[in-house]
Design a protein around this ligand. Structure first.
Ligand code: LMR
Length: 391
């Protein structure tokens, strides 16, 4: 039977990691997968996480199973950071741990489908794995344009998509730091989106994978909080992989907003059943470390300082890119007001290949760059290379 399977292409983004690692050129630049890097090009473990891990080694007295919901101390400790001062909205919000943000999106979409969702409205472009997850779960997608050529959110397209939605439609929205464009909705736009969602009854599935990497922890949660205050039901996929630097530990959570608190038990029991049939239980270590950080005021402050430093560095890189203005045929100015790790450059596949072959610069085939891959040591080379390939 197995020889009926045909060769599948590797995930393009993950394949880029290997291509980059295999390149012997000393001045190569990795702008591929979304991993934060310091000004020295490193991705260190957060100091707060290291301290929590030490505590964990001392304090953890068992590694026996927890259950499909994972570490609920972790799930609850995060809630005030995501949902604000009334984190459960009177028992209407609760959640469960998942393996990373991908596990959270997968579970959120599977829950939506189990509840009767028949189609997912999705901005384009989006994180490529979103479409892979919808395809794998056999949930049809309906696209709408996410951004205008001027680098703003395309509100007309979103408005039309929501107004033309049918029964059983859900919509996937990026909470902040849009992947791949970096183009987020403004607070005023979120206000309108929340009202539209309430009016149309489209189920929001909010992917919040980069909280704290855009404008700030509270600011980056504006859209999620606004939507949740307006609609009866929503699903939120959360990732700690970036804002706690826990990438390979796979730390995420899915949260549910239920119309009534008494519906929470049945809804989450479906989440538990889906988890059990997929991964059974999420990995414990990273989530336990996050719980220890958030429950210790000193470690929590240390973590927030580290996150502030990351965000500030990305702001500086963006300011420098924007300052380069018109570079060949590219206008880099909009990058200064966009958020998070990513930006999209309007490059052709030939230009992207030339950047790789002639300049050892690696970026996604879509033209997405990870701005955190740029440092004071390589940004001038990058800007010059852009000018070269777009001249
Ligand atoms: C990215 O988009 O680079 C990250 O979200 C990592 C991933 O899993 O794709």
């Amino acid at each position: 039977m197995l020889d009926t399977l045909t060769q599948q292409p590797p995930d393009a983004l993950l394949a880029l990691i290997k291509l980059y690692n295999d390149d012997p050129r000393a001045d190569k630049i990795d702008l591929g997968v979304g991993v934060y890097r310091t000004g020295e090009g490193e991705t260190p473990v957060f100091g707060a996480i290291k301290a929590a891990e030490r505590k964990l080694v001392e304090e953890q007295d068992s590694k026996a199973y927890l259950g499909p919901e994972g570490d609920m101390g972790f799930v609850h400790a995060l809630m005030p950071y995501i949902f604000g001062s009334d984190p459960t909205m009177g028992g209407r919000i609760d959640g469960m741990q998942t393996p990373g943000g991908t596990g959270a999106v997968r579970l959120a979409v599977a829950l939506a489908k189990r509840s009767g969702a028949v189609r997912m409205l999705m901005g384009a472009p989006s994180w490529p794995n979103h479409a892979q997850i919808m395809n794998d779960l056999e949930l049809p997608m309906q696209g709408f344009t996410h951004a205008t050529p001027e680098g703003k959110a395309d509100m007309d397209a979103l408005r039309d998509a929501l107004k033309n939605a049918s029964d059983g439609d859900a919509v996937l929205l990026h909470g902040c730091c849009h992947n791949p464009t970096g183009i987020d909705y403004t607070p005023e736009e979120w206000d309108e989106i929340a009202a539209l969602l309430a009016e149309t009854g489209v189920l929001p599935v909010l992917d919040l994978a980069y909280q704290g990497l855009g404008v700030g922890m509270n600011e980056d949660a504006y859209g999620v909080r606004k939507v949740l205050s307006a609609v009866p039901e929503a699903l939120i996929a959360y990732s700690c992989d970036k804002n706690f630097g826990l990438y390979r530990d796979r730390v995420g959570a899915v949260y549910v907003l239920a119309e009534k608190s008494e519906q929470m038990g049945p809804i989450l029991s479906n989440g538990h059943a889906l988890a059990r049939a997929n991964w059974s239980m999420p990995p414990d270590h990273g989530a336990a470390a996050v719980r220890l950080v958030l429950r210790d005021p000193q470690l929590a402050e240390m973590w927030q300082d580290e996150l502030d430093t990351m965000r500030e560095r990305m702001r500086q890189v963006r300011a420098k890119l924007a300052g380069a203005g018109q570079t060949g045929s590219l206008d880099l100015r909009p990058l200064g007001s966009q958020n998070g790790l990513f930006a999209m450059l309007a490059l052709t596949s030939e230009q992207i290949l030339k950047l790789r072959e002639d300049h050892a610069i690696y970026m996604a085939g879509s033209g997405r760059i990870n701005v955190a891959g740029l440092t004071s040591g390589n940004i001038d080379k990058f800007i010059a290379a852009l000018a070269d390939v777009t001249a």
